[in-house]
Design a protein around this ligand. Structure first.
Ligand code: ATP
Length: 265
């Protein structure tokens, strides 16, 4: 109940097509995470599925989006957990919630237990009580990941922007590590197409040329550019409305206008 009430369990509908570019990464994830959940019978013996997969790379490159797409493609239940919010929201109880999440995941297998920014657990900063809570949560997570038996089809998927800060014991459990790179021009063009779907573009907009000009932009940046552009016509309309309203407020009050019109008659 707690896990479902806190919205940690989601029905994922993200498709591979919603993730622009990153074709090699999608392929690696299909092999490492999706297929073992879809056809577990093929992944036995030496081909034992990975218990944990770490997606690492710069911020905003689509790691969370990829994790959601993995769950949807594998038709798996998706439990989304943010270690930092777990620690702040369930003070002193976070390890119990983590245990409950894995219990639910096992019951609903195939399932993906997703930890966004897992490096928050490796942080050495904060108050002494925070350290203790974080240490207990980490210990519980290691126990839970170790407890996943072969064929249980529960995958721990985590993301990190700072994999070098990750706790060594945790890093060992995340056996398969996949780098999510910043997008190249082809990837940026694919993202522009995704984020402008449903928008009416001006005739002179060339997405390939725009993608070239967005060198150094992450997927999240590209999405912001599209959002900003989509807002622009609304801002123009608001300006026009404001001007109309300002002009109408300068008109003389009704009784004076009536007097004027009487005079004109
Ligand atoms: P962080 O490391 O900061 O958590 P992240 O790598 O997990 O970032 P996401 O949260 O997946 O990045 O991406 C943020 C937003 O940027 C997404 O909701 C999406 O709109 C857009 N985005 C990022 N990458 C892509 C992509 N490859 N294709 C389409 N949209 C993308």
């Amino acid at each position: 109940r707690l896990v479902e009430d806190e919205m940690l369990l989601n029905e994922e509908t993200t498709r591979w097509e919603d993730v622009g570019g990153l074709e090699a990464t999608k392929q690696l994830l299909t092999e490492a995470a999706v297929l073992p959940m879809l056809i577990p019978g093929f992944f036995t013996g030496v081909r034992t599925p990975w218990r944990g997969v770490l997606l690492f790379g710069p911020p905003g490159t689509g790691k969370t989006l990829l994790a959601r797409a993995v769950a949807a493609q594998a038709r798996a239940a998706f439990f989304s957990v943010s270690p930092s919010s777990l620690l702040s929201k369930f003070v002193g109880e976070s390890e119990k919630v983590a245990k409950a999440v894995y219990g639910c995941a096992r019951a609903r297998a195939p399932a993906v237990v997703f930890f966004d920014e897992i490096d928050a657990l490796a942080s050495r900063r904060g108050a002494a009580s925070e350290h203790e809570a974080s240490r207990r949560l980490k210990t519980e997570l290691l126990t839970q990941i170790d407890g996943i038996t072969t064929g249980a089809s529960v995958l721990t998927l985590a993301t990190s922007n700072r994999p070098w800060d990750l706790d060594e014991a945790m890093r060992r459990r995340l056996e398969r590590r996949i780098y999510v790179p910043p997008p190249d021009a082809t990837g940026r063009e694919a993202m522009l197409k995704i984020h402008t779907t449903g928008l009416k573009l001006a005739a002179d907009v060339d997405l390939a040329e725009l993608a070239d000009r967005l060198e150094g932009y992450s997927g999240a940046d590209v999405q912001l550019v599209c959002r900003d552009a989509a807002m622009a016509p609304i801002c123009v309309e608001i300006k026009i409305l404001r001007r109309v309203r300002a002009e109408s407020s300068h008109r003389p009050p009704r009784h004076r206008r009536d007097a004027c019109s009487m005079a004109w008659r």
